[in-house]
Design a protein around this ligand. Structure first.
Ligand code: DER
Length: 210
């Protein structure tokens, strides 16, 4: 499977190039991040690499434990040396779409606490403009009680905000943080920094009218 070979070799190179002894390492979620965690475990075994891993989801925490890597968290280590993660799409500007696996919030928090953020993305994720290859929309995690007001605010920005429904469970996907995900399907290319700021400003609680 050439794609898996590509993902694995990119993940191994990222780990070999960016992870040093005594590092606090943010470990991402999804299938590409698994290759990175496997490489970390191999280096610990073969070189005696000393690292502590901050997981970014239930999935990555489970894999850290299965591989015998040492776990830590942002309470113990709020400063992370490098975060290594996958992505769903990357444009020419290195703007990412993340959250296809529903783990975007903890991933973003850990990467924001990190000196260095390494994204491993095979050629399928490479797009000139966001939305070219990843057509499922921009994942936005919302507090359940606010999903309709947030949908309405997103509709005003254009595009179609869709509540992500679960497959192996009736009803919507519930994230590791107990929230919903809205996939915001947009039509035309946007000024993503402006959009990112605008989305962040959407109050997930209705403000009292003053
Ligand atoms: O949820 C995410 O952002 C993940 O990093 C993700 O969707 C990438 O997954 P993959 O490595 O399995 O393609």
């Amino acid at each position: 499977q050439p794609i898996e070979v590509g993902k694995k070799s990119a993940a191994w190179k990222a780990v070999d190039h960016h992870v040093m002894d005594n590092f606090i390492v943010g470990v991402g979620s999804g299938s590409t991040a698994v290759y990175a965690m496997e490489r970390l475990a191999l280096r610990v075994k073969e070189e005696g690499l000393k690292i502590l891993c901050v997981p970014t989801s239930f999935q990555s925490r489970q894999i850290v434990k299965q591989l015998g890597l040492s776990l830590t968290d942002l309470e113990e280590h709020p400063q992370v040396d490098v975060a290594i993660d996958g992505a769903d799409e990357v444009d020419y500007n290195m703007t990412l779409i993340k959250g296809g696996g529903g783990c975007l919030t903890q991933e973003k928090i850990v990467s924001s606490c990190s000196q260095n953020f390494i994204v491993i993305a095979d050629h399928r994720k490479d797009s000139k403009e966001l939305g070219q290859n990843w057509t499922k929309g921009i994942p936005i995690e919302v507090i359940p009680m606010a999903f309709v007001p947030v949908q309405r605010r997103l509709e005003k920005l254009g595009g179609t905000p869709v509540l992500r429904m679960a497959i192996a469970k009736a009803g919507p996907v519930i994230t590791d943080n107990g929230n919903f995900i809205i996939d915001w399907k947009f039509s035309e290319v946007r000024e993503w920094t402006v959009i990112n700021q605008t989305i962040k400003m959407i109050p997930v609680f209705r403000q009292n009218r003053t």
